[in-house]
Write a protein that binds this ligand. Sequence first.
Ligand code: PHE
Length: 339
Amino acid sequence: MKNQLLSMKEKAENALKNAKNLQDLEDIRVGLLGKKGELTAILRGMGGLSAEERPIIGQLANEVRSFIEEKIEAQKSVLLAAERSEKLKAETLDVTMGGRTPIIGKTHPLTTVLDEVKNIFVGMGFSIAEGPEVEYDYYNFEALNIPKDHPARDTQDTFYINDNVVLRSQTSSVQIRVMEEQKPPIRVIAPGRVYRSDAVDATHSPVFHQIEGLVVDKGITMGDLKGTLETFMKTLYGNDAVLRFRPHHFPFTEPSAEVDVSCFVCGGKGCRVCKGEGFIELLGAGMVHPKVLERCGIDTSVYSGFAFGLGLERIVMRRMNIDDMRHLYENDLRFLNQF
Ligand code: PHE
């Protein structure tokens, strides 16, 4: 038995040397030390030993078992380490490889300037209102004092979905929506896209943007309108900007005015940009017509208001020295990357 045990020990040592992976190790362990393994088989012969031999063989068997167990553990760490370094090698990243630079976008000039305009008005206590681009004829025309046969419809010819639904030709429609929903005091601007049946050229587009302003409160006068617009223009164009009000007509304001700003190129002397005028037309404005207020349920013996509407493209073009409106819609990166 002693010899059997010693030869088993030797056999184990050789087998372990050749073990290539953890599965080999486990197979060896089961084959030698498992319940049905070699050691168990050898020890089955213990019964035939004398009383003196038994403890000696027993001790040897224990030594052989611990020896094999230790060897297996040692071999296991060696194999695990090898496995790990193998894995690391396979998963190595080459951090020196050149990458791809993501193209970082930026805001469109229309968005940049609109944000600036919003900030100025929010700073004066206005909030931002919105309305639909596909609008009822009622909000775009009727409620603004422009009945079906009114000549003002000619200058704002738009796209009709049907007799009662249009693509809005002006953001003034939002005035009505706001007044139907809110009680005065009202102080809002409503920026957004508007549509007109215009042919495309350097200064016209069938789709463009307006920013509507509406203030309704007790005792609002033309003076408030002038002060608000002047503060806005001076913030946008600098303290030298001078405003000029010219009498005009809009069906939904009375009195109405067109408002010009002194030319930023020549400062008012007259040049090519302002076509010798010294001023550049920027917006329409006026005191909200009493009929419009009343239609929205606002008591005109208590409240009055002013409204204005500016063209965003015009401001952007002046601001950024862009001479053709079409650039703003073509999304040519060679153009957009300049801003
Ligand atoms: N909506 C008018 C236009 O498009 C501008 C305007 C707005 C005039 C508000 C007066 C008051 O021409």
